[in-house]
Design a protein around this ligand. Structure first.
Ligand code: EPU
Length: 309
């Protein structure tokens, strides 16, 4: 059901209108996905739906399944949507933003909550464990799906359980001990992550605030946070850092169209204005090829590329 890749058939307007009938949230047809990605790049979705709540999403999932129309959930960061856009229905969790405190250091967050918002909420309750997420633009659901993290920590360190809307529309809760997590990967049950329970640790609020401040300063100094990007493009190889290798082969500042290897951090590609996905992909290929030829290291993508060329 997560279909950003395979489906090429443009779904007809009548078919789409039937599938979204009765949906309480927002619906847009032929919606430019550049408005929904941190890269500010991406062609249109046949339909973009922002469900009002989890029940609304369940209904959409059931109706789409009956009509055999694929659904792709867009977090919008760590993502490159190609210029032809995404066929079928694209779902944004932007209205699933509730946060609930539970006993014993547990917080439940709906999937559309921004990670930095959740981190600030946790710190306001003197709960630590999410400081790594300072300045990360992703949603809670997106961060679980890819086990997001930085050198300070990662999602799997705090996840207690995950709530998923299954392909049938049923809601299932899954304990973290049943989810195999690895570097930037989580093997979740099929479906859409709509909420996460996090087990956090009591800590001094001032100390947590201090850690976050230092870390944000480090990121501002070393990363191009003021230009649209999708964060790090490549995973770090087993030894060393991708950014270091890309700088070593002389590609800082390399540009194709409006896509540029950041001159601040070489593992970022930034959109200098009107970059197309095709420009970014050409630049990614150039970087991968050059690093492989000159260092022998094969870089693996961290960024997900979806949609039609
Ligand atoms: N470096 C260079 N040139 C560059 C960039 C980096 O030589 O252009 C060197 C640095 O000097 C340092 C090493 O590479 O010696 C590592 O750099 P940095 O501390 O910036 O961390 P990173 O390994 O490049 C990782 C995460 C980032 C995260 C930072 C900070 C990955 C692939 N990247 O980057 O995550 O923000 O640590 O914690 O795991 C992301 O996931 O989107 C992302 C940006």
């Amino acid at each position: 059901m997560r279909n950003g890749r395979g489906e090429t058939r443009r779904v007809g307007a009548r078919e789409l209108r039937e599938v979204v009938s009765g949906i309480q949230g927002e619906v847009q047809f032929d919606a430019p996905l550049s408005d929904f990605t941190s890269f500010r790049i991406g062609g249109p979705a046949d339909a973009l739906v922002i469900p009002a709540d989890v029940a609304d999403l369940s209904r959409l999932v059931r109706q789409a399944r009956t009509a055999k129309i694929p659904i792709f959930v867009i977090g919008g960061t760590n993502l490159l949507v190609r210029d032809g856009g995404i066929r079928g229905i694209v779902v944004s969790l932007a209205k699933l933003t509730a946060i609930r405190d539970e006993p014993h250091g547990v917080i439940y967050a709906e999937g559309g909550v921004g990670m930095p918002t959740l981190m600030r909420h946790a710190i306001s309750r003197s709960l630590g464990g999410l400081e790594w997420a300072a300045g990360i633009p992703g949603t809670v659901a997106g961060c679980v799906v890819m086990n997001a993290g930085t050198r300070l920590g990662e999602m799997k360190d705090s996840v207690k359980a995950v709530r998923v809307v299954e392909p049938t529309g049923a809601i299932q809760d899954c304990q973290a001990s049943d989810i195999p997590f690895s570097y930037r990967r989580a093997l979740l049950p099929r479906g859409i992550v709509v909420g996460v329970w996090l087990q956090l640790k009591p800590a001094s609020r001032e100390k947590l605030q201090h850690v976050v401040k230092d870390y944000l300063r480090y990121r501002k100094e070393t990363q191009p946070l003021t230009l649209p990007s999708a964060g790090c493009v490549f995973k770090n190889p087993a030894a060393g850092a991708a950014g270091q290798l890309i700088e070593a082969v002389g590609l800082k500042g390399a540009q194709i169209g409006d896509a540029q290897v950041s001159d601040k951090h070489a593992n970022f590609i930034v959109n200098r204005g009107h970059a197309r996905a095709a420009d970014v992909i050409a630049l990614i290929k150039k970087v991968g090829r050059t690093v492989e030829e000159q260092t022998g290291v094969t870089l693996e993508l961290e960024l997900k590329i979806v949609g039609q060329p």
